[in-house]
Design a protein around this ligand. Sequence first.
Ligand SMILES: *[C@@H]1O[C@H](CO)[C@@H](O)[C@H](O)[C@H]1NC(C)=O
Ligand SMILES: *[C@@H]1O[C@H](CO)[C@@H](O)[C@H](O)[C@H]1NC(C)=O
Ligand SMILES: *[C@@H]1O[C@H](CO)[C@@H](O)[C@H](O)[C@H]1NC(C)=O
Ligand SMILES: *[C@@H]1O[C@H](CO)[C@@H](O)[C@H](O)[C@H]1NC(C)=O
Length: 473
Amino acid sequence: MRPPCHRHRFVSSLGLFILLASQCQTSTTARHVPYRTLHRVSNDEEPPGLAPPSQWDSESLIAMQFTPDPYAHRDHMSMILSGELVLAAIRYSPSSFATEDGEADGIDYYGNENDHYTNVDGEFCIFQPSDNRKDPSSYPTITSIMSESEHCREHRYTISLTEVMQTVRAHDNASYGDSKNPVVRHLPLSGMIFHQGYSGASLISNAMATFDSNLVISEHAAIRDALSACDTIRNRHLSENCSIRKQHRLIRDVIALLSRIPSSDNDDDDNNNSTIQRLYLKLSSASSAYLPTMRHLYPQAKWAFVYRSTAEHALAKTMEPSRKKACIKSKRNPSSALSRKSSEYNINVEELSNHEMCAMYLSTFVETAMQEHEESGTGMLLSYEIDIVENADFIVDVVLPYFGMQEEIDLDAQGVRDRVGSILSMKSNSRVGVNPKDKLWTGERDIEVTDEVIAASRLFMKGSMESIMRTRR
Ligand SMILES: *[C@@H]1O[C@H](CO)[C@@H](O)[C@H](O)[C@H]1NC(C)=O
Ligand SMILES: *[C@@H]1O[C@H](CO)[C@@H](O)[C@H](O)[C@H]1NC(C)=O
Ligand SMILES: *[C@@H]1O[C@H](CO)[C@@H](O)[C@H](O)[C@H]1NC(C)=O
Ligand SMILES: *[C@@H]1O[C@H](CO)[C@@H](O)[C@H](O)[C@H]1NC(C)=O
């Protein structure tokens, strides 16, 4: 007999309540989780999420009109194999990456590697990650694509990721041998875009998304949460029992799932999926702290880090009311990079003002990227003001070729220049349904730099900004 599922609730790195099933055998029969239809916030930092049931006021409960799930009768695992169901999010428990007795970081008593995480679930729903190609400026993040899918809003399936990976591996391996008609391809991870936040990185990823051969996945919550898992477990559950080896396995599994391109058996010619050759990831700004991890796992992938040369502007943008939560929360849930910096400088983060906290948070991204760039001699550090704004030439002549697009640029140089020019003329995160006139980029006159912003950025960002500007020479 299968023991009943005990649900644990805990708060994820973004303060979202998460329901977890553990101590129970998960099966491919999906557990339905009611999702509140949250409207996307306009910035690209905060994903829509699960609100705790206690916060659902009766009014919104009545307003929740779930439609019947048209796919309820289908086998969900086969829908994952065929690519109809796509990974939308992950959930893990505080002990998901725990080392077993006698293990030292995923190496067991006998010296064998054990990188199997436990009790990690994937949430899957129906959406098309490549939908951003049609109109990248309207779909700057994967969340903006999912939010248009009724299935993703109302009928996500929660399935054990271990079980999914076993099934997917066996299936893809079997189909791989059939080279005449491969059912599934795995795209190589060809590039990663890291950024400071509100620094125009979407302009680069949107430009990349206009190429038929690229799949650009932007700010996927599952990648963000996998990257921060051990830090979150340490901060929120005060547990050091988190095997980096197991966490890395999760990161690779998540990206392996997102890199699958299933093509249907008989429509190779008119299936546009067959033109997709490369995967690019634009990461969430918070994931910049994990740039070294991603580099370690994907050493062959090109990368760039996008920052604002004007520190006051970077901080002012980050302190806008709808945006500042993420960095203020890092007081309680710092990345290891941030913890290292505060102990190095003997800073008690509890004593910092919000402005100071956020300035320090931003500076760790710059320092992490700069250090990785200098030590490995890889990567490109891109200034928003100098390299991106009104600089389509630099993007077409330098940035896109660096990421491997030269061949396609040669085929249609003017077309690419026009596409990039048009991306740059739009706000990087305009949404569907916005009046086309309001999508136009109108410069930066609206940045409000207060005295607090100036003081905090001088104190915590000046040094790192000066160093990164020096790397330009
Ligand atoms: C880590 O957690 C596991 C499972 O909860 C436990 O068996 C193990 O002893 C713990 N390891 C350490 C080093 O605390
Ligand atoms: C893939 O299939 C081959 C032959 O069928 C087998 O030898 C190999 O171990 C499989 N690999 C994985 C990862 O399952
Ligand atoms: C690409 O493949 C997916 C999964 O098989 C399918 O749903 C989608 O319609 C395909 N897209 C195109 C343009 O053929
Ligand atoms: C497939 O791609 C071609 C050119 O790349 C385009 O003209 C066509 O509209 C696309 N078809 C679909 C179904 O997206």
